[in-house]
Design a binder for this molecule. Structure first.
Ligand code: ADP
Length: 504
């Protein structure tokens, strides 16, 4: 029983071994996470930067606030003592004028002096009465001890200082406002908050940059893997980063091992086919001799003989196809890629198929274009598709050669039974035969033709697929890259606009 796991998979990237024939043991596929590696990295860096900057900002704020408070406090205390001594001196005159004494004090802006003298309260401020002085402070000072207290006055931090003037039996109070300090601290808070936000953004940018740098090799590996999947085994990873050397070298060893394995398989198929060729030729020669005496055979023997000839011909075709497959990979030594004129190449290749009676329609847009191709393989692609059309679809109706972007597109259009959707991809596999309506030829072919064509198309870095034709039948489409951005050496003999060349 398979139980769906609700726990999150621990490893987000790793390798697993898929053993053939044990579907029950296939590892659970990782669910793709919405939050990818890059997003994690960016968020992690941003969060880290935010936490760090908040810690640094709050400690810096606390430090500055304490220092500023302490220096403001000692300055205010000094100021209060200076004022108190001036008041004390003023009171010791024979006829002290208290209002004059208090208004003569040079107090800083925002501070208010109070005097308790002869059981009366005096102040220079009309707004603030003695009630603003905290009761506790008044109590301490009335016991002849100087004191100060910080408190909130009108939602602002203020400090009250009380100094007993013993000689004049009075008490001097002064209230200082910390609003300047508060304004400075508010500014500091805004600056630190801005700095934290900028640091967080810088952290996120750093995360993005490092994730790009970290993921770049992975993207390179993915690109290399997809090139290899397309059949280009010359693809290797190169690096000058000592940390990535091990990864690059194991990747390259894997590619080499894969290439060797494929070459070995191809060699084996080629050897087997070669070994089969000589007995096959002997059998074919013998059959040829027997064929001369066909008239002397009884009808049953003749029928058996014809059946044998058919099967040997099919066997011969199979051996030829296997040899072709063995040499079809791009690493093969018999691959001869040449810079060729597209018109010239198409003309030459279709010349041998002129008897097939289809319309060859070459677009004028291809004039002057060039293609990098192996003539023999290119011809094999065309011959095979033409031959398939006559085998399975009663012949081709039209072949179009067009320029689509920087590619040559060849469309082989027939009026045959068409290819069912479920066969459209499968027929390009080795030994795959169609399951279409026209079953006359079914079982006659080797099922290797289209896979050879696909290999040749891949060798040319192109694509092949099959489409339904609106009027019935199918269209085999081959797309091969043209040589672009190169000096055109070959001049077309076709006039511009003369795009239709009818072959009969
Ligand atoms: P073979 O080498 O035996 O001819 P192919 O690989 O060339 O086999 O083709 C595979 C199958 O694709 C054939 O068995 C046939 O059913 C189908 N097929 C190929 N070309 C056409 C076509 N033009 N119309 C219909 N079916 C086709």
């Amino acid at each position: 029983m398979i139980v769906a796991s609700t726990s999150r998979p621990k490893r987000r990237f790793g390798f697993s071994k898929v053993r053939p024939g044990t579907p029950g043991e296939l590892p659970l596929q990782f669910r793709t996470r919405r939050f990818g590696m890059r997003a994690w990295q960016v968020t992690g860096f941003a969060l880290g930067a935010l936490i760090l900057s908040v810690i640094l900002s709050s400690s810096a704020y606390e430090l500055v606030r304490n220092l500023a408070l302490r220096s403001e406090q000692s300055a205010d205390l000094r100021q209060a003592y200076v004022s108190a001594s001036l008041v004390n001196a003023g009171l010791r005159t024979s006829t002290p004028n208290i209002v004059e004494i208090l208004s003569g004090l040079e107090v800083p802006s925002g501070s208010t002096p109070f005097l308790f003298y002869d059981s009366k309260w005096y102040s220079t401020s009309l707004q603030a009465g003695r009630n603003v002085i905290p009761v506790d402070l008044r109590h301490i000072v009335s016991n002849k001890s100087p004191a100060f207290q910080r408190f909130i006055l009108n939602s602002k931090v203020s400090m009250a200082v009380g100094i007993p003037l013993v000689a004049s039996h009075s008490y001097y109070y002064e209230i200082f406002s910390f609003s300047d300090l508060e304004r400075t601290l508010r500014l500091l808070t805004y600056s630190l908050a801005l700095a934290s936000a900028l640091t967080t953004l810088a952290g996120a940018a750093m995360g993005l940059w490092t994730s790009r740098r970290l993921l770049a090799p992975l993207e390179e590996i993915a690109n290399a893997a997809s090139e290899i999947a397309k059949g280009d085994f010359e693809t290797h990873l190169v690096t000058n980063d000592s940390d990535l050397l091990a990864l690059a070298s194991s990747f390259n060893s894997m590619v080499d091992a894969l290439k060797n394995k494929i070459a070995q398989d191809a060699r084996f198929a080629s050897d087997v086919s070669h070994e089969l060729r000589s007995p096959l030729t002997t059998i074919q020669n013998s059959l040829e001799i027997i064929n001369h005496r066909k008239d002397e055979m009884t009808p049953r023997t003749r029928q058996a003989f014809e059946f044998l000839v058919d099967e040997i011909a099919r066997f011969d075709r199979l051996v030829q196809d296997l040899l072709e497959i063995a040499s079809s990979d791009s690493t093969s030594t018999n691959l001869v890629m040449e810079d060729l004129g597209t018109f010239e190449l198409l003309e030459n290749c279709f010349r041998s198929n002129r008897s097939s009676g289809f319309i060859l329609d070459i677009s004028a847009q291809l004039s002057g274009t060039r293609i990098y191709a192996d003539k023999r393989r290119f011809e094999r692609i065309i011959d095979n598709l033409v031959e398939n059309a006559s085998k399975y679809a009663g012949g081709l109706e039209r072949v179009r050669a067009l320029r689509v972007g920087d590619s040559l597109r060849l469309q082989f259009e027939d009026r045959g039974p068409g290819i069912p959707d479920h066969d459209k991809v499968r027929i390009f596999d080795r030994f795959a035969r169609g399951s279409g309506r026209d079953r006359r030829m079914l079982g006659r072919g080797t099922g290797l033709g289209l896979s050879i064509v696909q290999e040749h198309v891949r060798t040319h870095r192109g694509r092949i697929w099959v489409e339904d034709r609106n009027e019935g039948g199918s269209i085999f489409v081959v797309e091969l890259p043209l040589q672009v951005g190169q000096d055109v050496l070959w001049e077309t003999t076709f006039e511009t606009g003369a795009s239709v060349d009818e072959v009969s």
